[in-house]
Design a protein around this ligand. Structure first.
Ligand code: C5P
Length: 302
C-alpha cells in the first residue's frame, strides 16, 4: 500500500434495547434496533516505511483521547489488527500507523470502542488487500463490533451479533447528550440482573416507517431495559433525559445502550442543533446533533 486512508467510526445508538434472556456464559441475549449517528471518531491509517512487516503503530488524539492513552496497547483497535493478522496467516502485512482521533465520549453506551475496532478492520483489510470475512473477527472482539462493520441500521439479536436489516427510517435529526460520567457496561448488566428485572419479549416492529410520528408511536411500545439500572448507578441520566424531552421539537428521548449517553429525535434539524447548543451552554454536557448517518455539529464538554 502507498496511500493514506481515513474512515469514520460512527456512534451506534440503540433506539430500543430489550434484554430477552441470559446465556450460560453470562452474556445477555438482546433484541435491539441500532442506528448510526452523525457523531464519529476518525481513524487515520498511513504507511509506516522503515518499520518491520506486521508492525502497527498506534496513537490516540482528539477531545476524549487523553483517558485512553495509558492503555493504548490494550485498545480494541490494536486487538482488531492482531485478530485480522491471525485470520490471514502467511500473508505479508505492510507496516502501518493508525491514529485514532477520539471525539466520542468513552464508556458511554454509543459503542465508540466497538466502532473504532470495526473501522480498523475495514481500513486494514483495504490497506493489506485482504479478502477475508470480517464478521466473525468482529464478533470475536465484542458483541457490538459486528453491527459497526456496515454502520447501517440493523436489528440486533443473539448477544448483538445476529443482524437483520432495519425498517426504513423516516428522515429525522438526532441529538446526543452525555453528562460526562463513564458507565461501564458490565456493571449495568450486573445491576439489572441483581434488581430481579424480568426478561422482555422481542419488539413488534413494522416493515417500514413513513414519518417520525408513526416511528415514535411504535418506539413508545419498546424500551431500553438497561435504563433503570444505569440511572441507579448514575442518577444524572434522569436529569439528561428530562432536559432532552423538554427541548422544543423533541419527539422522543431515551438512553442508548448501557448509558450514560441519551438521545432525542427531532423532525427539525435546526431545533435539534439549537437544543445541542443550549444544553451544552446550560450544563456543560457534551452534545452533538445531526441527521442520522450525516454530518454533525458537536459541542465539547465544558
Ligand atoms: O462484548 P463486549 O465486550 O462489548 O461486552 C462488555 C460486557 O457487557 C460483557 O462482558 C458483559 O458483561 C456485558 N454484555 C452482556 N450481554 C451482551 C453484551 C454485553 O452481558 N449482549
Amino acid at each position: 500500500m502507498t496511500a493514506a486512508l481515513q474512515d469514520l467510526a460512527r456512534a451506534k445508538i440503540n433506539l430500543y434495547l430489550h434484554v430477552t434472556g441470559r446465556r450460560a456464559d453470562g452474556y445477555h441475549t438482546l433484541d435491539s434496533l441500532a442506528v448510526f449517528a452523525a457523531a464519529a471518531d476518525t481513524l487515520m491509517l498511513a504507511p509506516s516505511p522503515g518499520d518491520a512487516d506486521g508492525q502497527v503503530r498506534f496513537s490516540i488524539s482528539g477531545q476524549f483521547g487523553a483517558g485512553l492513552v495509558a492503555d493504548a496497547d490494550d485498545n480494541l483497535v490494536v486487538r482488531a489488527a492482531r485478530a485480522l493478522q491471525a485470520a490471514a496467516p502467511g500473508r505479508r502485512f505492510a507496516p502501518v500507523s493508525i491514529d485514532l482521533r477520539k471525539m466520542l465520549p468513552v464508556a458511554s453506551g454509543i459503542g465508540g470502542g466497538s466502532a473504532d475496532a470495526a473501522c480498523a478492520l475495514r481500513l486494514l483489510a483495504r490497506a493489506w488487500d485482504l479478502d477475508v470475512d470480517l464478521a466473525p473477527i468482529a464478533a470475536s472482539l465484542g458483541a457490538d463490533v459486528p453491527v459497526c462493520l456496515s454502520q447501517a441500521p440493523a436489528r440486533m439479536g443473539g448477544i448483538g451479533e445476529i443482524l437483520t436489516p432495519a425498517p426504513v427510517l423516516p428522515p429525522c435529526a438526532m441529538l446526543l447528550v452525555n453528562c460526562g460520567a463513564a458507565v461501564p457496561t458490565p456493571a449495568v448488566f450486573r445491576a439489572r440482573a441483581a434488581s430481579g428485572a424480568p426478561f422482555r419479549a422481542e419488539a413488534a416492529l413494522p416493515d417500514g416507517w413513513t414519518d417520525l410520528v408513526s416511528m415514535v408511536a411504535d418506539l413508545e411500545q419498546t424500551m431500553n431495559d438497561l435504563e433503570p439500572a444505569a440511572i441507579a448507578l448514575c442518577p444524572a441520566i434522569a436529569n439528561v433525559l428530562e432536559a432532552i424531552a423538554a427541548e422544543p421539537g423533541c419527539a422522543f428521548a431515551r438512553m442508548s445502550g448501557s448509558g450514560a449517553t441519551c438521545f432525542g429525535l427531532f423532525a427539525d434539524a435546526t431545533q435539534a442543533g439549537q437544543a445541542a447548543q443550549r444544553l451544552n451552554d446550560a450544563h456543560g454536557w457534551w452534545t452533538s446533533a445531526g441527521a442520522i448517518g450525516h454530518s454533525s455539529a458537536s459541542h465539547g464538554a465544558a
